[in-house]
Design a protein around this ligand. Structure first.
Ligand SMILES: NC(=O)c1ccc[n+]([C@@H]2O[C@H](COP(=O)([O-])OP(=O)(O)OC[C@H]3O[C@@H](n4cnc5c(N)ncnc54)[C@H](OP(=O)(O)O)[C@@H]3O)[C@@H](O)[C@H]2O)c1
Length: 290
């Protein structure tokens, strides 16, 4: 806790994405440690935040709005949401920020993605490169698949107890958003993760079919997986996701049937805890499916 000792409780940390799954848990973790927090949202009036936080409006696609929200902040938890990474990255040191903790993704380590592919590996790697070159201290959190992706199943589970799925036997190592947040809190309150880029996974391999069963166990209801063809999956996702995104998801699922994806040791090394299982995530979020 060297840095906390240096800054004491005067250190202000700005959390973007504070209304999000990960950002909200980062806010909670910092408040538990008595760290002064300023949260941002594009629509702060429409959000409910814990007592005791400062609130500012910021839209990452308008870097000037972030500059105003950063006044007096040493550290920032940053969601990678911008069409103009140069302008966004420039604002941080100009506003006096010393350390940025970026919510990146494991795909940032995959060299084959193009840099301009918004929200995919190359795009994230482009932001990481700019931050590393900016002279700021950085931490790039590179989580793999989120357990919270399973929230997309809530409507069919509620309506019919079914989950339509392409490649239900694809294997994942899903991570609980609280484990990502716990690592972010270490990065934001100590110097242990300075200039590091840990890949973060959950503690176990689990298929999509087993994830559905874990949700069923959490809500005490037997659920049925309805296997989809790729064409059916494309049609299912068309209202919420662009075709390029769906292509990426389908090819990742296809490739991970019968795979043994790596389980990263980083969550345990950093937090001292092996990380929360998918069954735990399902219990924590059971109300989504009832
Ligand atoms: N799903 C996965 O498997 C996976 C894996 C690795 C990495 N990731 C990354 O994780 C992130 C999603 O995290 P999450 O689940 O915590 O998100 P989430 O719950 O969907 O919340 C998204 C957050 O982003 C904020 N936001 C969106 N657009 C913004 C903008 N233009 N300016 C400022 N804030 C903006 C929203 O804030 P307001 O609406 O309040 O402004 C909200 O707090 C994505 O960046 C994704 O690339 C996801």
């Amino acid at each position: 806790m060297k840095v906390m000792a240096r800054y004491g409780c005067d250190m202000t940390v700005v959390i973007t994405g504070a209304t999000g799954n990960v950002g909200g848990n980062v806010v909670a973790g910092l408040l538990e440690r008595g760290v002064p927090v300023r949260v941002t949202s594009r629509d702060p009036g429409g959000a409910v935040f814990p007592a005791g936080v400062e609130v500012a409006r910021a839209d990452l696609t308008e870097p000037e709005s972030l500059r105003a929200a950063l006044v007096g902040a040493e550290r920032v938890f940053l969601y990678p949401r911008t069409q103009d990474p140069d302008a966004l990255v420039a604002v941080l040191p100009e506003a006096g920020v010393e350390h940025v903790v970026l919510l990146s993704a494991s795909s940032a380590a995959e060299e084959e993605d193009a840099e301009d592919d918004f929200n995919r590996g190359g795009y994230l790697r482009g932001i990481e490169r700019r931050l590393a070159a900016s002279g700021l201290t950085y931490t790039f959190l590179r989580p793999d698949t989120f357990a919270s992706n399973a929230s997309v199943w809530r409507d069919t589970i509620k309506d019919s107890g079914t989950v339509p799925l392409p490649y239900p036997d694809s294997v994942q190592v899903p991570i609980h958003e609280k484990d990502i947040a716990d690592v972010a809190v270490v990065a934001l309150t100590t110097d242990r993760l300075n200039n590091a880029a840990p890949v973060l996974t959950g503690p176990e391999r689990i298929t999509l079919r087993e994830q559905v069963a874990a949700i069923g166990a959490a809500i005490g209801r037997e659920l049925t997986v309805v296997e989809q063809t790729e064409a059916e999956a494309r049609e299912f996702f068309a209202p919420f996701r662009p075709p390029r995104f769906v292509d990426g998801v389908l090819s990742a699922l296809r490739a991970s049937v019968g795979a043994t994806p790596e389980i990263s040791p980083e969550v345990e090394k950093i937090t001292g805890d092996p990380g929360r299982t998918f069954a735990r995530w399902a219990v924590d979020h059971a109300d989504l499916y009832r």
